[in-house]
Design a protein around this ligand. Structure first.
Ligand code: ASP
Length: 424
């Protein structure tokens, strides 16, 4: 007999995968109808776009308190400032290593396939570039509220840094700060509980997002960009199915398939929302509750990873810039490829965990090899779709990172041989 927790987990996983498949089919059928109906995809009187965006809005609402409480609880549970230093160093090393591997893979596949050669110049659409000023601000995240062109939004990286500092100071205060830490712990439990309840509605939300997006955009723009599309997918697949599983198995000492099943709801959520940040509550729930990774480590590694660790985005930026260069008939030297390698790694760190953030920070990579940012338009048409795949790889990289770093700090859950979850 399956326990309640197991039934819950199965429902979420099956529900989410079905939501993506059915949502995609419904969306395609709507897309084929005339333009008027495409503007608003409705099913049984329900506006599917509203259903999806409403769900994401609720998720975003809990991200901020979740990040703050998880980071403070994570840092203070390390016991000492030296413990924080050790965990921080391991985490950053993991992020850089995996991102560098991802970018290298991207460069290898793009050099083999040469997707830019298939793109004709006449049909290239021009996309206005965003100012580099925004990107500089992303790298200097000292203002929690960020002003971007008249609108203000919360800068999650600044929130993370502030939360780490708060935890660090509480650690330094020692016994006197115990009650403050206790309050953070209770708030954290409360938000995780809300997340678990919210997940019951996730399949509905995902269905709404996928159906309305596919209904609006369709998939026909893929034709000319197909070689580019498949080059990015090939790189992402190599990273997701070979590199990360090997790291998980040999450094994290986890069985790959059970672990992947445990975190699958987070992966489907990443695919549906194209946002690592909006997915964060689900990622934490899956890694801590399903895969039983040590909470102290996961509380630190996952919120940071959702904004900083983006293997999929880094790989995609390298492939995209190379494709644009190839389509312009440019000769890319080895030195330029090294520049792309370095800047794509940085640009991915700078990208926020929100839809199509990678498209904006790609300006850094383009500028580094002297390509005018307007040429981002070359690959713009299918970016909304590719974004889903790279976000899924970003989140998969974060979950693998949590297991690996937990293992390296010797606080991981079940040993390698034990099933990661009871319902094997
Ligand atoms: N959407 C991605 C994420 O949230 C970032 C990107 O645009 O590549 O992880």
């Amino acid at each position: 007999m399956a326990t309640r927790a197991q039934l819950y987990q199965r429902y979420i996983l099956i529900g989410m995968v079905l939501a993506i498949l059915v949502g995609g089919t419904v969306g395609l059928s709507f897309h084929e109808k005339d333009a008027k109906e495409q503007a608003e995809v409705r099913l049984l009187g329900v506006n599917l776009e509203g259903l999806g965006s409403g769900f994401v809005a609720v998720l975003k609402f809990i991200v901020l308190p979740l990040v703050i409480t998880s980071m403070v609880v994570g840092v203070t549970s390390l016991g000492s400032t030296a413990g924080l230093g050790r965990l921080g160093a391991k985490t950053v090393a993991y992020y850089f290593l995996t991102t560098a591997i991802a970018v290298s893979l991207g460069l290898v596949v793009v050099n083999i396939i040469n997707p830019g050669k298939f793109i004709t110049r006449e049909e290239r659409k021009v996309y206005p570039s965003k100012g580099t000023e925004d990107i500089v601000k992303t790298f200097l995240p000292w203002n929690v509220i960020q002003q971007t062109k008249g609108s203000s939004r919360v800068n999650i990286l600044a929130v993370i840094i502030d939360s780490i500092l708060t935890g660090w100071v509480l650690l330094m205060l020692g016994k006197r700060s115990r009650w403050v830490i206790r309050i953070f712990q209770v708030c954290n439990k409360f938000i995780l509980k809300i997340t678990a309840l919210l997940m019951l509605l996730a399949p509905l939300g995902i269905f709404g997002i996928v159906a309305s997006k596919v209904g609006e955009k369709g998939l026909e723009a893929i034709t000319e960009l197909a070689p580019y599309f498949f080059t990015v997918l090939a790189g992402l697949a190599l990273h997701a199915f070979i590199v990360l599983p090997l790291i998980l198995k040999y450094l994290g000492r986890r069985e790959v398939l059970p672990y992947a099943r445990d975190v699958a709801p987070a992966l489907s959520m990443a695919f549906a929302t194209a946002s690592s940040s909006a997915t964060l509550p689900v990622t934490m729930e899956c890694v801590e509750e399903n895969a039983k990774v040590d909470k102290k480590t996961a509380n630190f590694v996952l919120p940071l990873g959702a904004t900083v660790n983006m293997d999929g985005t880094a790989l995609y930026e390298a492939v995209a810039v190379m494709t644009i260069a190839q389509s312009l008939g440019m000769d890319i030297t080895l030195a330029e490829q090294i520049t792309i390698f370095l800047t794509a790694t940085l640009a991915a760190v700078g990208a926020a965990g929100i839809p199509e953030a990678g498209l904006v920070t790609m300006v850094i990579v383009l500028r580094a090899v002297d390509i005018p940012p307007v040429y981002i338009g070359t690959i713009f048409a299918i970016d909304w779709f590719l974004d889903r795949f790279r976000t899924t790889v970003n989140v998969w990289g974060d979950t693998v990172g949590a297991a690996v770093i937990a293992r390296m700090t010797r606080k991981s859950g079940p040993p390698a041989s034990a099933p990661a979850q009871q319902d094997a």
